[in-house]
Ligand binder design. Structure first.
Ligand code: NAD
Length: 388
């Protein structure tokens, strides 16, 4: 029996691979560590559990300074004069977060003369040019598993709010109106639907587990890595090998694969034509996996009945981003929010603790947990960023 526990799931994705060692002298001193986090403003001052903010610095400052390290934190990440561009030049370690991605391009990494490790405080390291990291012998580590339950819950919530036509119903109430038929004409039950995930790793599998009690007609998945037999059997999920075939069979689709060369722009006009007319799509993986204009057009035409998620191809999303305003022909179907599904207060504690553990391992020359190694000293250690 496969449970949703971290050990049983991560066992399918490599946490028992040989752990990498950093060959670093114990008790290193005086490293320069920089972090790019998002600004928390008043909320961060009032709520110290907002650890992933510039103000609360992942809770690392007292500990890092007590070890004699320099720790610089900012949200300023764009352009040649930004904090990131200037400070990465002599930094030993850079910490970034997917919620306010500091893009570590090849060009920028070329300027980083002392850099050894890039740590992602969260899950998803696509904002780092991973191929460049491999070429340069840099390690890319993330806090694997730290927010996967948080995201899976958000996915289930988003499926429900789309299928049940929740957002227009609530907006009607705020407007002071009351016309049940205007909402009910586009509201359905999740029960009896075919629900599929593109990517059946930690998040995708948790979504399947969580929607099973709703009584779907069938659960299906598309992934070049098959679920272990016991896991597939537990949720009764059928694997479909061909993506067009997969999307044509689903009423509800959720995307839970990392962004890499094989997933960028995967959901485009051509693929959307193969979706069932009126399907619902939830993407909390990465915005750039879906083509912004093509999704907006599919929603407008009714080819998609709804689209929801928290990830955008540009973050923060510009004010005129089509996903802010897009609607289906019945003036609903938009469940977009800012990137927060994986940054609940519960998740922030886990990824802040995990970041500290990664640094502690590094300082003490201890092996990193294998599941946290995206790129190790010898290249890609993860099997999740495309078949290589
Ligand atoms: P995971 O590594 O456990 O699983 C990813 C799965 O996707 C793997 O099974 C892999 O084989 C599969 N995959 C990769 N490329 C694919 C492709 N082309 N087609 C089909 N399947 C493919 O990762 P996870 O912990 O489940 O996280 C998945 C992604 O979710 C992260 O990489 C990140 O981008 C995103 N994420 C978002 C948030 C958020 O706050 N919105 C938080 C955490 C993670």
């Amino acid at each position: 029996m496969v449970t949703e526990g971290a050990i049983s799931i991560s066992a399918q994705y490599g946490s028992f691979r040989n752990a990498a060692s950093f060959n670093r002298q114990a008790s290193s001193r005086g490293l320069k560590i920089i972090a790019v986090l998002y600004k928390g403003g008043n909320a961060a001052k009032e709520e110290p559990r907002l650890l992933g903010t510039v103000e609360n610095e992942l809770g690392l400052r007292p500990w890092l300074e007590s070890q004699g390290h320099e720790y610089l934190v900012s949200d300023d990440k764009e352009g040649s004069q930004s904090f990131l561009n200037k400070n990465i030049k002599d930094a030993d370690i850079v910490i970034t977060t997917p919620f306010h991605p500091g893009y570590l391009t090849r060009e920028l990494l070329d300027t980083a003369k002392n850099l050894k490790v890039c740590v992602t405080a969260g899950v998803g390291s696509d904002h780092v040019d991973l191929n460049a990291a491999v070429d340069k012998g840099l390690e890319v580590l993330e806090v694997t598993g730290s927010n996967v339950t948080s995201v899976a819950e958000h996915v289930v919530m988003s499926m429900l709010l789309l299928v049940r036509n929740f957002v227009p119903a609530h907006e009607m109430i705020e407007r002071g109106d009351w016309q049940v038929s205007d909402i009910a004409r586009n509201a359905f039950d999740l029960e009896g639907k075919v629900i599929g995930t593109i990517g059946a790793g930690r998040i995708g599998y948790r979504v399947l587990q969580r929607v099973l009690p709703f009584g779907p007609k069938e659960l299906v998945y598309y992934d070049y890595n098959a679920l272990p037999d016991a896991a597939a059997k537990t949720v009764g999920a059928r694997r479909i090998d061909d993506l067009k075939d997969f999307v044509s069979q689903c009423d509800v689709i959720t995307v839970n694969a990392p962004l890499h060369e094989g997933t960028r722009n995967l959901i485009n006009a051509d693929l959307l034509k193969h979706f069932k007319k009126g399907a619902w799509l939830v993407n909390t993986a990465r915005g750039a996996i879906a083509n912004a204009e093509d999704v907006a057009a599919a929603l407008k035409s009714g080819q998609l009945r709804g689209y929801a998620g928290d990830v955008w191809n540009k973050q923060p999303a510009p004010k005129d981003h089509p996903w802010r305003y897009m609607k289906n022909p019945l003036n609903g179907g938009n469940g977009m929010v800012p990137h927060y599904s994986g940054t609940t207060l519960d998740a922030q504690k886990r990824y802040a603790d995990g970041t500290r553990q990664i640094l502690e391992n590094y300082f003490n020359n201890k092996p990193q947990e294998a599941a946290n190694i995206i790129v190790g000293k010898k290249g890609y250690e993860t099997g999740s960023y495309g078949k290589r």
